[in-house]
Design a protein around this ligand. Structure first.
Ligand code: ADE
Ligand code: ZN
Length: 331
């Protein structure tokens, strides 16, 4: 089973690059930039990674971003993720980053996007991993902040394929962001939104009906609404599911309670992803290994989930076909 997971080439569609900042790199960048961390050691920092909900995680995650100061810092962050992705046989990745968590600290917009893009562009050649970058708006901030930042994103449309929505979900429904998402759609961006992680099924519905998303990030809570679930399955809107994140943020109490099999049974195009691997204890293959053991995934289930990762990607159909063919040679 684990050999199959390791063997299969796969795409990752839900990974926040800031959430791949390992404590060791955080300390290294802090030293390089003369920043004092409020922890004495890597172990002391890791000991904080015990969360009761999304907000407790986000508070630590945004604090960690403070060590990212220069274009090289963003390059090094991305490269560290890419080396892990290569080990896990990821051949295509669509990563999130949170521009506002950097511009709001006085880091110019170009610094993050140029560092990230350079690393992913290098990886295409050196590691054989293709990529897209998705810039997420922080939903705990007013829509006006997103509208103010949007021209910068548009200016870098050659590097940014899509727009996302993340951060604290409860109390920040998708309807709050209709204006900026409508503009992004008009300008030809792909659009995605976190919905139904902690928030209710209605937030998933809003993301689909009001933001016209191309994919839902997480989406677990759509299962509370049978009609909505059937509609999502019928429309083929993919869910980027993150099992270890769901466990660490207490979206599920136990990995054995994870609804992945129910999702597949209901015809949802679910995919497996790592979300914030440095904080949740594992990269994409760890998510597969632990989930497969907890809910007893069959080889067919694993194959379907990996196949979905390419089908749900934003790659052109001709490239999807190449990946699906390569995958089928393992089937
Ligand atoms: N930002 C980083 N990880 C996130 C998550 N799991 N949910 C919402 N916002 C996030
Ligand atoms: Zn996420």
């Amino acid at each position: 089973m684990n050999e199959l997971i390791q063997l299969l080439p796969k795409a990752e569609l839900h990974m926040h690059i800031e959430g791949s900042l390992e404590p060791e790199l955080m300390f290294k960048l802090a030293a390089r930039n003369g920043i004092d961390l409020p922890y004495k050691s890597v172990d002391e920092l890791r000991a904080q990674y015990d969360f009761n909900n999304l907000q407790e995680f986000l508070d630590i995650y945004y604090q960690g971003c403070a060590v990212l100061q220069t274009e090289q810092d963003f390059y090094d962050l991305a490269w560290a993720y890419l080396e892990k992705a290569k080990q896990d046989h990821v051949v295509h990745t669509e990563i999130f980053y949170d521009p506002q968590s950097h511009t709001d600290r006085g880091i110019p917009f170009e610094v993050a996007i140029n560092g990230l893009y350079r690393a992913f562009d290098d990886a295409q050649e050196k590691l054989g991993i293709s990529f897209h970058i998705i810039a997420c708006f922080l939903r705990h901030l007013p829509e006006q902040d997103a509208l103010d930042l949007y021209p910068e994103i548009l200016k870098h449309q050659d590097k940014i394929l899509g727009i996302g929505l993340d951060s604290s979900e409860l109390g920040h429904p998708p309807e709050k962001y209709q204006q900026v998402f409508a503009q992004a759609k008009k300008d030809g961006f792909k659009v995605v939104a976190h919905a139904g992680e902690e928030g209710p099924a209605d937030y998933v519905k809003q993301a689909i009906d009001l933001l016209q998303v191309d994919r839902i990030d997480h989406g677990n809570r759509c299962l509370d609404d049978d009609i909505l679930t059937a509609q999502i399955a019928h429309k083929g809107i993919a869910l980027t599911v993150c099992p270890l994140s769901n466990l660490k943020l207490k979206v599920v109490e136990d990995l054995q309670d994870h609804p992945i099999k129910q999702m597949l049974k209901k015809g949802l195009m679910a995919t497996i992803n790592s979300d914030d691997p440095a904080y949740f204890g594992g990269y994409i293959n760890d998510n597969f290994y632990q989930l497969a053991a907890a809910v007893d995934l069959s080889d067919d289930d694993i194959f379907t989930l990996v196949e979905n990762s390419f089908k749900a990607s934003f790659l052109p159909d001709s490239i999807k076909e190449i990946h699906l063919k390569a995958l089928n040679s393992f089937g």
